[in-house]
Ligand binder design. Structure first.
Ligand SMILES: [Zn+2]
Length: 364
């Protein structure tokens, strides 16, 4: 959650969604104790590699009936199985904003993974009446599953980024009875360590729209989240609808707006970054390949899951493996071929990190 300017009297006025405000976000990465430096034995055991890849997983609609599965429709039991697979393979769930802020916390040796949910569908977060009459998350919605898994495995991390649509706020596609709970769900997400991001105002394809429309789609979506979550959330992270970025030949000014912000109706808006639709794990923020406006994800459809799961099983050394300390960036002197030459030491140091290089046992 983003503290207000009241916490930082010396700071300039807080603008909507500025990185300055975001830097002060109360994230697990900034809350965690800073660990001791790793010993040689720790390095040999945990093999940290903070130049490695981070999977950002992308989900849409959830159903219980396997007959309804398609590219954008996931069976909730498959989601359970995928989380179990990640847990068994030493992954650790981190919030998306920790990645954007280069403030990633995971225990030594664990691989950060991010969970993202597009379009705010009902199956992601459904509220049902509990025994005492209070509304509680449906155990067969994504939030119900996440709460169950995080409670059972406190060593699995926590987090989830929800790219919400104002007009389809967790009641789409066919559950109008869920519509009244929109604001309650947004507050619940923010209070339980989840992020609320934006997906434009109308799920607009931004490939070729006028500047005014482009600004309105982003600015009004940010305002909408702000009005419902008083301390803000992750409304400065845009999940690009349909992966439709502005055509750079036709709309170069809109690329500048994505990177540097813009003023709309007298207020300044600036994104921390934006997410693409496909189709691979992302390089980490300390990489020469990191671009916060073009962050790739893995679509959690059967073929993609099978492909990437086998890559991660066969080549775990390409994955980001944490040193347990968000303030240091620990990398082997020799990186696997896939990511060789991508670590940006100068950027890590400019971000205030202490860089630790070590020779991995076995020399790989
Ligand atoms: Zn979408």
């Amino acid at each position: 959650m983003t503290p207000t300017s009241a916490n930082t009297p010396e700071a300039p006025p807080v603008l909507v969604g500025t990185p300055q405000a975001a830097d002060l976000r109360n994230t697990p990465g900034t809350q965690q104790r800073v660990g001791m430096a790793l010993t040689q034995a720790d390095l040999a055991l945990h093999r940290p590699n903070e130049a490695g890849l981070i999977p950002i997983l992308q989900y849409h609609v959830f159903v219980t009936d396997p007959a309804l599965e398609d590219q954008y429709t996931h069976v909730i039991d498959d989601f359970r199985a995928q989380l179990a697979w990640l847990y068994e393979h030493d992954f650790y769930v981190v919030p998306l904003w920790d990645v954007f802020l280069n403030q990633i916390y995971a225990p030594p040796g664990k691989h950060p993974v991010v969970l993202t949910f597009d379009d705010s569908t009902a199956g992601q977060f459904r509220l049902l009446p509990g025994q005492d009459g209070n509304m509680i998350p449906d155990p067969n919605s994504a939030i119900g599953v996440l709460e169950e898994v995080f409670a059972a495995h406190p060593d699995f991390g926590r987090g989830g980024h929800f790219a919400v649509l104002p007009d389809n706020c967790f009641h789409f596609p066919d559950e109008p009875d869920q519509e009244p709970y929109c604001d309650q769900k947004l507050r619940w997400l923010a209070e339980h360590g989840y992020e609320v991001g934006i997906h434009t105002l109308t799920h607009a394809n931004l490939t070729d729209v006028m500047d005014e429309r482009f600004q309105r789609e982003i600015a009004e979506a940010m305002r909408w989240v702000r009005e419902r979550i008083p301390n803000g959330s992750a409304e400065d992270i845009l999940t690009m609808p349909l992966g439709g970025y502005p055509d750079p030949e036709v709309h170069p000014a809109q690329w500048k707006m994505l990177r540097e912000g813009f003023t709309y109706k007298g207020e300044h808006y600036r994104l921390l970054g934006s997410l693409m639709v496909g189709s691979e794990p992302t390089y980490p923020p300390g990489s020469i390949k990191w671009d916060p406006i073009l962050v790739p994800r893995i679509q959690m459809i059967d073929g993609e899951v099978a492909t990437w799961w086998s890559v991660f099983e066969e080549q775990p050394e390409i994955l980001y493996a944490s040193d347990g300390n968000p303030n240091t960036i620990t990398v082997p002197t020799v990186l696997p071929t896939w990511i060789e030459g991508t670590f940006d030491r100068a950027k890590a140091e400019a971000d205030g990190k202490t860089v630790v290089e070590y020779t991995a046992p076995g020399g790989d």
